[in-house]
Design a protein around this ligand. Structure first.
Ligand SMILES: Nc1ncnc2c1ncn2[C@@H]1O[C@H](COP(=O)(O)OP(=O)(O)OP(=O)(O)O)[C@@H](O)[C@H]1O
Length: 302
């Protein structure tokens, strides 16, 4: 069942069309990503879903509710991550959680969230004294304190160090396990690839593609490359004869075998039969970055 439905969404700022006919449906329990470069229209799209902006065209439903017309009910169903500037500097972590849980009919037990988000020792700490990662975790806790069915997380890990980023990804997976549907805005490929079940790729306000991360990659190119240094001379014909192989090239002391299907198994089986050892063996596949370039004509950070 679709929990978020967006059809033909249009949003203009003056004569600039920031979102131009975007549509997607998010299923219950999904982590659904909106991926695109800066200025693509991602935040505008989710702010329309959150009822914070009024669309110029199209329809949006969240659990069947129109965000423009039933804002009060939407607030009970949808948790949004706060921007850092939204909390007063001197508010303590415990006070923020208590305050935010008072806004909801059936709040979660915020002590549970504090445990999961590893903020237990910080309840008496003022917001301004938290590290970047702790602020981020608090903003996630505040998005979840109302026991929402849907959480909207915008640029979740921007500004975090690699370890804090990985910890946050683990956390988001835990939250999904608890039954929360997640709409995630990101311009990090690794984040999209690791977390999202499906991705809407947005560029210049338009939906360019909608698929699983693997589906996006496969759309563009399902070829793989196996690269290795053979321990002894090898007749290329034994490799080109394989149905999985499309080409064999020499690159210095290395052989680069391009093909599809279970290429690695096919190549290593032949090498074993020929009693050739493959040193420095590497398998290279099309990445989500490659797929993004093919879909939009440029890298995400260009
Ligand atoms: N309040 C506003 N008034 C005028 N233009 C705006 C406003 N908010 C966003 N825009 C413009 O609309 C376009 C889309 O912005 P939006 O913030 O939705 O993109 P984004 O994909 O979320 O980008 P980023 O990753 O940089 O946040 C951009 O060109 C932006 O400059």
């Amino acid at each position: 069942m679709a929990i978020i439905e967006v059809e033909n969404l249009v949003k203009r700022y003056g004569d600039h069309t920031a979102v131009d006919g975007v549509g997607f449906a998010v299923e219950q329990g999904e982590i659904f990503g909106i991926l695109g470069p800066n200025g693509a229209g991602k935040t505008t799209t989710v702010e329309c879903v959150e009822g914070l902006r009024t669309p110029d065209g199209g329809t949006i439903r969240v659990c069947g509710i129109d965000p423009q017309h039933d804002t009060g009910e939407l607030r009970q169903l949808l948790g949004a991550q706060l921007q850092e500037s939204d909390l007063p500097d001197k508010l303590k972590v415990g006070e923020a959680l208590e305050l935010y849980s008072s806004f909801y009919r059936e709040p979660a037990d915020w002590r549970d969230l504090v445990d999961i988000l590893r903020l237990t020792g910080k309840l008496d700490t003022q917001f301004r004294r938290l590290s970047g990662g702790q602020k981020q975790r608090l903003s996630i806790a505040l998005a979840l304190v109302g026991n929402p069915r849907v959480a909207v997380l915008d640029e979740l890990t921007t500004g975090l160090d690699p370890q804090a980023r990985r910890d946050t990804w683990d956390l988001i997976e835990d939250i999904r396990e608890r039954g929360v549907t997640i709409l995630l805005v990101t311009h990090f490929m690794a984040e999209a690839e690791r977390l999202c079940d499906r991705l809407a790729v947005i560029d210049s306000g338009r939906l360019v593609a909608l698929d699983t991360p693997a589906g996006l990659v496969a759309r563009v190119d399902d070829r793989q490359r196996v690269r290795f240094r053979p321990s002894a001379p090898l007749d290329h014909a034994v490799l080109t004869a394989l149905p999985e192989v499309t080409s064999v090239e020499r690159a210095g002391s290395q052989l680069v075998v391009t093909g599809t299907g279970n290429l690695l198994l096919a190549v290593t089986t032949v090498l074993a039969r020929q009693q050739v050892v493959a040193a420095d063996l590497r398998v290279e596949q099309t990445s989500l970055d490659d797929a993004f370039v093919a879909l939009t004509g440029r890298p995400i950070d260009a």
